[in-house]
Design a protein around this ligand. Structure first.
Ligand SMILES: *Cc1c(COP(=O)(O)O)cnc(C)c1O
Length: 396
């Protein structure tokens, strides 16, 4: 921002530039798009009367997920938080353990650890990927942990650090191969929070398939939605079987007997949701293509803009561009709240990124590394209207 531009002028300029992309009407941050077989499949599911998780649509949904992601196993569950919770349990996280994760994430990442009885332990992110910084993670672990009986122990708290949860922010892949290396060196299990990254690849491999387990979300605002839903991805057959069992009340299969061999959860995805999801997954390629066209248009619209840049994917990543982002210059970031007010008043659903998790009341006492990059980004990120239908359907 130049010294002569007032914050109001700046907000005005952002509105004008956004309008060249989204047109004159209202535009929300992210709305679902139902242009395929959604109605047909949901009706078919209802007419079958098998609307619960025993519906064949659930298996079909899981098969499609395996095809899309290349994961050997996919287990559909009720939402992304449940997928993460169960994955952390399967990763061996026990009450009183710590779980490393970025402070720049949606609250679900930390909630899942807390639901497993663990304590989130926050680490800084990288300026380019907006996800966990492998070098900062390694440095932090070298300085603050020791190996005791083969496990990684936080020297400050005395607690075992069991797992690390990289998150692929707004659909852009984190440097997940480097993070897996750090995790291996310190004896940590990797559980990827790929909630935002369906359709995203890193070095040609789908997000969520690098760690022991990966999780997806199909919440109403995600690239593909089932209303509410999630999935666990893994290449480990035993983990997948355990995920199915624990998410189905740990019931031992039998024609009539109610025998449950663990404290399980009722976490399986119902067929109604899976039916919607099958229709959505059929359109994933087109959705991603249109989101990638949208970033091209935002890039052109913000050419020569002095107060910020449109976020782009890194060369190793093929992003789904779930949420588009404008990263403000630090001087413009001082006026972020005013920009948010004015642009929303103009009918354009822009949003800040999340409040850093370590500043939320339930996690304010959680252990953490220093997080300067997260703190800077928190003030500079503005997410832009990102719905699939903002760009026309590709021809042919
Ligand atoms: C959406 C999301 C989740 C899971 O959310 P649900 O609403 O429970 O499906 C988890 N982590 C991140 C980063 C998310 O964006």
């Amino acid at each position: 921002m130049t010294n002569t531009t007032s914050p109001a002028d700046l907000a005005d300029e952002i509105v004008q530039r956004l309008r060249t992309v989204v047109g004159p009407g209202r535009a929300h941050l992210h709305e679902p798009h139902f242009a395929g077989n959604e109605r047909d499949y949901v009706l078919e599911c209802i007419e079958s009367t098998f609307i619960s998780s025993v519906s064949p649509f659930v298996q079909r949904f899981e098969d499609l997920l395996r095809e899309i992601t290349g994961a050997e196993h996919a287990v559909a569950v009720v939402n992304g938080t449940a997928a993460l919770h169960l994955s952390l349990v399967l990763a061996g996280v026990e009450p009183g353990d710590e779980v490393l994760m970025p402070s720049l994430s949606f609250v679900a990442t930390a909630n899942a650890a807390a639901h497993a009885g663990a304590v989130p332990h926050f680490v800084d992110v990288d300026t380019r990927t907006l996800g966990l910084d492998p070098m900062a993670l390694r440095e932090h672990l070298e300085q603050s942990t020791s190996r005791v009986d083969g496990v990684c122990v936080n020297q400050d708290t005395g607690r075992v650090i069991r797992a690390v949860v990289p998150m692929h922010t707004f659909g852009h892949a984190v440097q997940v191969d480097a993070l897996v290396e750090v995790a291996d060196d310190f004896g940590l299990v990797v559980v990827e929070d790929a909630a935002e990254a369906l359709g995203t690849t890193y070095k040609g491999r789908h997000a969520g398939t690098f760690g022991a387990l990966g999780t997806l979300s199909f919440n109403g605002n995600k690239t593909v939605t089932t209303g509410g839903g999630g999935a666990i991805l893994t290449n480990d057959g035993a983990l997948a079987a355990r995920a199915r069992h624990l998410s189905t009340t740990a019931k031992v299969p039998h024609r009539w007997a109610f025998v449950h061999d663990s404290v399980g959860w009722n976490y399986r995805m119902p067929g109604l949701n899976a039916a919607l999801g099958c229709a959505q997954l059929e359109q994933l390629d087109g959705f991603v293509q249109r989101k990638r066209t949208l970033v091209d248009r935002y890039r052109s619209a913000f050419e020569g803009f002095s107060a910020g840049v449109i976020r782009e994917e890194e060369p190793e990543c093929h992003s789904n561009y779930w949420l588009q982002a404008l990263i403000l210059e630090p001087s413009a970031a001082l006026h972020r709240d005013m920009i948010l007010e004015e642009v929303n008043d103009a009918g354009l659903g822009v949003r800040p990124c999340w409040t850093l998790l370590h500043r939320l009341a339930p996690f304010s006492d959680a252990p953490r590394a220093s997080t300067p990059v997260s703190e800077s980004l928190e003030r500079r990120i503005i997410n832009l209207p990102s719905s699939v239908f903002l760009t026309p359907e590709p021809v042919g």
